[in-house]
Design a protein. Structure first.
Lengths: 299, 298
């Protein structure tokens, strides 16, 4: 699957109109100058040869050099990784931390007004455009109330509080979609497990309702919830592209969007590769966590 | 061809809905008020889009530099933008493009999912090849894929539709494939084969009709997702040209002036959210109604 992504991205990128050599050389460049640049970038060779070189380099752990400026792609990605990962982790923690309690309550009180209002908010959560929510939050909390900075990013080395404050709104913005999906899934599986015989037994034993809900029902409902959390990471990556643009955070998503608009082939290829690897890795983690959650599953 | 597809796509999706609603609206409102309200929102948006010229709008592209950044007032209900264009008119006209994109993407994607899904679900060897490609496409974040494709195609409404169809198809094929795989094992398929029905007949007469319910539900969710994606792509600067007002492009243009003229972003966003919310609620309701088994899964 990774192979498909790499090859697909390689061809889409190269079929895109727009010539990096021409952009790099500038509008006043003579044709032969552009030609020379193209040759030095290796863009004049047949596509298949270019693909072969790209594969050889990946195998050696070399993601190439950016077309503009002489940065190593790997260095660029490493630089941009920290903000993106911090944001992703904060968003995921927020999403899971809010969604599971909400979903448990909704499932427990199924059919009541509480349940209804939680579910309507969940649908609303994945109907709102992420960037609109982000902009409205900026308008309310940064422009009007001045509680948090409107945009930008401070590395944790320059003050941890500042770092957290900068990430708060973006994390909330990114978390909303995942939160909505996890809430729905938690509710649905909770309703199912709460109807099981062992839950009735647990209640009959006189166990407190809290213990029944968490130890007996939620534990058995965990598998599908974990699956959705895993799927949510993919949605999160998509969301991050938008959130980073709204909050001017120098992360991977911004890097990718910028490199797409400037036709920076090596950077596009390298970043997509990294994102796909993360995606595959998360799916693997989800699969492995099944075994931890359900002793019947072994690999 | 694309125009034709768009037009038929609209009529296929809307006509039965409208008729069904007229017939059973009272019943539905009583038995499933949430779904009814979702349908009402969607219908309202469609009505607004159709009757845009008579809804007290002016030319959405009429520039009036002297009236820039005027807040919401009796003259400009939703205020004006950076060059004095009326945000209300742009939002109302924007609903046209956004809804056409949604309807076209939903119908084209569903149709291609039917064809590919039937083949993939029924023939093992097609499955191996096609699903690897689909998995690959799906592991690229939807927004990035859409932006990359828009960079290839260039910004026009037609190209947005094509790009979003490419983005949405893999998911749709997966749903269709799952449905076909499940049906293939059913007894009545064995029975059909036993009486000598050819494969195409099994596919068309025995499998296809049983996938209609999930397909309708699928189409609604694709429509909702298409509206959102179009807005994201426009917002990131890769969507339709700035001349065409869509909810996404209006907000993209208003973004720089957030602290000065929040109304440019606020109102189109409310319309967009309401529409997507309506479609999602209606879709949820449809799913529960058409397939009670699915209810438990989401």
């Amino acid at each position: 699957m990774l192979l498909t992504v790499v090859v697909f991205v390689f061809f889409v990128v190269r079929l895109t109109p727009g010539d990096p050599a021409a952009i790099l050389a500038g509008p006043d460049a003579r044709p032969w100058e552009v030609e020379a640049l193209r040759e030095s970038l290796g863009l004049n060779r047949p596509l298949i040869v270019q693909l072969g070189i790209w594969f050889r380099d990946i195998a050696q752990g070399d993601l190439g050099t950016s077309t503009f400026g002489k940065h190593k792609v790997l260095d660029l990605i490493q630089q941009r990784m920290v903000p993106t990962i911090s944001l992703a982790i904060m968003a995921e923690v927020l999403a899971v931390g809010m969604a599971i309690p909400l979903g448990v309550i909704a499932g427990w009180k199924a059919g009541t007004l509480t349940d209804r209002s939680i579910m309507i908010s969940a649908v609303l959560g994945y109907s709102i455009p992420v960037f609109w929510l982000g902009l409205m939050l900026i308008y309310l909390f940064a422009v009007n109330l001045n509680w948090v900075p409107a945009a930008g990013y401070t590395p944790p080395s320059e003050g941890f509080g500042d770092y957290l404050m900068h990430l708060l709104l973006p994390a909330i913005t990114t978390a909303v979609v995942a939160m909505a999906l996890i809430t729905r899934m938690t509710r649905a599986t909770m309703i199912e497990t709460l109807n099981e015989d062992y839950v009735r037994t647990a209640r009959a034993k006189g166990l407190p309702e809290k213990v029944v809900l968490v130890r007996h029902a939620l534990r058995n409902a965990a598998l599908p919830i974990v699956t959705v959390i895993g799927l949510g990471v993919a949605a999160l990556l998509s969301g991050l592209v938008v959130t980073e643009a709204v909050f001017a955070i120098p992360g991977l998503g911004r890097l990718l969007v910028d490199s797409i608009t400037s036709r920076n082939y090596p950077v596009i290829q390298g970043t997509t590769l990294v994102i796909s690897v993360v995606y595959v890795f998360v799916n693997l983690l989800v699969d492995l966590s099944y075994a931890a959650l359900d002793p019947r599953i072994r690999y | 061809m694309a125009k034709e597809q768009r037009a038929t796509g609209l009529s296929i999706r809307r006509a039965p809905k409208v008729r069904g609603l007229l017939k059973a609206s009272g019943q539905l409102a009583k038995s499933n008020p949430t779904m009814a309200s979702g349908l009402v929102i969607v219908l309202l948006m469609v009505l607004i889009a159709i009757s845009a010229p008579v809804l007290f709008t002016e030319d959405p592209n009429a520039v009036e530099p002297r009236n820039r950044f005027v807040g919401p007032s009796t003259d400009n209900w939703f205020g004006t933008d950076v060059v004095g264009r009326d945000v209300y008119s742009r939002t109302i006209y924007g609903s046209r493009v956004s809804l056409i994109v949604a309807a076209a993407v939903a119908s084209v994607t569903t149709l291609s999912a039917v064809v590919v899904g039937l083949l993939v679900g029924y023939y093992r060897w097609v499955d191996m090849a096609v699903m690897r490609i689909m998995d690959g496409l799906m592991s690229i974040p939807a927004i990035l894929l859409a932006i990359a494709l828009m960079a290839v195609f260039g910004g026009s409404v037609q190209n947005v539709i094509i790009a979003l169809c490419v983005v949405e198809t893999p998911r749709a094929v997966r749903v269709m494939r799952a449905a076909v795989l499940g049906l293939k094992e059913e007894m009545f398929i064995d029975a059909a084969r036993a009486v000598g029905a050819p494969t195409y007949r099994i596919l068309a007469r025995h499998i296809l009709p049983n996938t209609v319910a999930p397909l309708i539900v699928l189409a609604t969710f694709i429509a909702a997702s298409a509206i959102l994606l179009e807005a994201y792509v426009s917002f990131l600067g890769a969507g339709v040209s700035q001349e065409t007002p869509t909810w996404g492009s209006i907000m993209a243009q208003g973004r720089q002036y957030l602290s000065r003229a929040v109304w440019i972003i606020f109102f189109p966003g409310v319309f967009l959210t309401l529409t997507v919310l309506g479609i999602n609620i209606a879709g949820d309701g449809l799913r529960d109604m058409l397939d009670p088994k699915l209810r438990r899964r989401m």
